[in-house]
Write a protein that binds this ligand. Structure first.
Ligand code: ATP
Length: 440
């Protein structure tokens, strides 16, 4: 069976996402809002599955991790101390003629506008934080920002968690949440957006153990890519060289992915030293320290930060899963999702809609599976071939069909595999066990 990925994969993915209710353009009926996307029913299911796998691997399956959910709006002093007010900026150039703005580090010709041929102005630093006012008075003190990363919410809660739980080093805080960046040039669908979602960990260690823990997280990042079904050969580590790392980082590895538009950053893993806790201790005058009961030493822990973008994961998952092949003499489009991320795990069909006994039996099977697996759909619309195609397109791993043999012969149903199209007869009595095994 020939399978292919075409060069126009991105357009096809975006169109499938819209058509089948994964992702819509933000504010679409008003002409859209650049850099924003809305998740539809299947998109939100896919997103929650990705986040669930992340939370399980990094929080619930571990003893040393504390989940949290900090406010998006924070005291402006947080962003002063973190360095974002002064330095969270990208280099910007503006065309004198058409006024279009470009990221200076993303264009080849820094003098001439690629859109209208006009002259590009001097490079300026553009702060990417969205500024807002809190409360009814508008002055310097009421300024706040939509957080550009979730990380700071964890640093400022270090002491709270430490005081409530008395964890021993090493331990970490983990959070999934929205972040906002006023990107100069949002592009490539979910890859570069202005309203994004991150899954981040701040893992606190003794200065002497940072290398060991860095290596552990390096492996865990790879394990997570397996959880969501990304092919290993499309992921590459990039050791960020001296001079190119963020000012706080002593070591950074970018995990890059072969997106349809090129090899780009998927995740980051950074050793942030004691920079963040140190800066917040100083600026807030609240010591953010750890007390070692054994040595009676008090010190500022160092931090390892694995940082994951939800949207970039989703795009990598979609791009990896998108497949076209020939089946039954026609071209079929399907999403080869790993069962763990698939928005719908199983679809149940009666072979024919107008045979009440088939429908009744299929409803029974549907109720049985729905109770066990949750993400199960019932469909009796159109012919069976169309129903299979519809489920293939949203990446449903298995379809279960109730046919005449079910009623007249042996109480078995067919279980169809999405990728091969092969159907196997399974007794209803064994269906739960079989599907549990197949879904992994
Ligand atoms: P880039 O260099 O691509 O702008 P970055 O190095 O600024 O990314 P980080 O600040 O390290 O990114 O953010 C951590 C993670 O958050 C990234 O690895 C990515 O998965 C995600 N992320 C960052 N910016 C965006 C964005 N504008 N849209 C979608 N995801 C993003």
């Amino acid at each position: 069976m020939a399978q292919s990925k075409q060069p126009d994969t991105m357009e096809k993915i975006i169109s499938l996402c819209k058509r089948r209710g994964f992702v819509y353009q933000g504010s679409e009926i008003y002409g859209g809002l650049a850099g924003t996307w809305d998740y539809g029913p299947y998109g939100v299911a896919l997103k929650k599955n990705i986040e669930g796998l992340w939370w399980k691997r990094f929080v619930t399956d571990r003893e040393d991790m504390y989940g949290m959910d900090a406010a998006i709006l924070m005291n402006q002093n947080v962003w002063k101390a973190s360095g974002h007010v002064g330095g969270f900026s990208d280099p910007l150039v503006e065309c004198a003629k058409c006024k279009r703005r470009f990221r200076a580090d993303q264009i080849i010709d820094k003098k001439k506008c690629t859109e209208c041929g006009g002259t590009l102005g001097e490079e300026k630093q553009f702060n990417m934080m969205f500024k807002t006012q809190i409360g009814a008075t508008e002055d310097e003190t009421s300024i706040s920002y939509l957080r550009p990363e979730t990380a700071q919410g964890m640093f400022v809660n270090f002491k709270n968690v430490y005081d409530s739980f008395h964890p021993k080093l090493p331990f970490g805080l983990a959070q999934i949440g929205k972040a906002f960046r006023n990107e100069i040039a949002p592009r490539d669908f979910l890859f570069r957006v202005r309203e994004l979602e991150q899954m981040e960990i701040e893992y606190f260690v003794r200065p002497s153990e940072w290398e060991e823990k860095f290596e552990e997280f390096r492996k865990e990042v790879w394990e997570f890519t397996k959880d969501v079904g990304l092919p290993k050969e499309n992921i590459h580590e990039l050791e960020v060289p001296d001079g190119e790392r963020a000012h706080y980082s002593k070591r950074t590895i970018d995990f890059e992915f072969d997106f349809p538009f090129g090899k780009k950053e998927l995740y980051g893993l950074a050793y942030r030293t004691d920079y963040d806790l140190g800066s917040h201790s100083k600026a807030s005058t609240v010591p953010l320290e750890y007390f070692d009961e054994d040595t009676k030493e008090r010190f500022t822990p160092h931090c390892i930060e694995p940082s994951f973008g939800v949207g970039r994961t989703m795009l990598a998952v979609l791009a990896s899963a998108y497949t076209e092949d020939e089946m039954g003499g026609e071209t079929r489009t399907f999403l080869k999702f790993a069962p763990a991320v698939a928005p719908v795990k199983i679809a149940v069909f009666p072979l024919l809609k107008n045979k009440p006994q088939l429908v009744e039996k299929a409803r029974e099977v549907y109720a049985l599976l729905k109770k066990e697996f949750g993400a199960v759909e019932f469909d009796d619309n159109g012919n069976i071939g169309k129903r299979y195609r519809r489920q293939d397109e949203i990446g449903t791993p298995f379809c279960v069909t109730v046919d005449f043999d079910t009623l007249e012969k042996d109480n078995t149903v067919t279980v169809r595999d999405r990728d091969s199209g092969i159907q196997t007869r399974v007794a209803i009595a064994e269906l739960l066990e079989r599907l549990t095994k197949l879904l992994g």
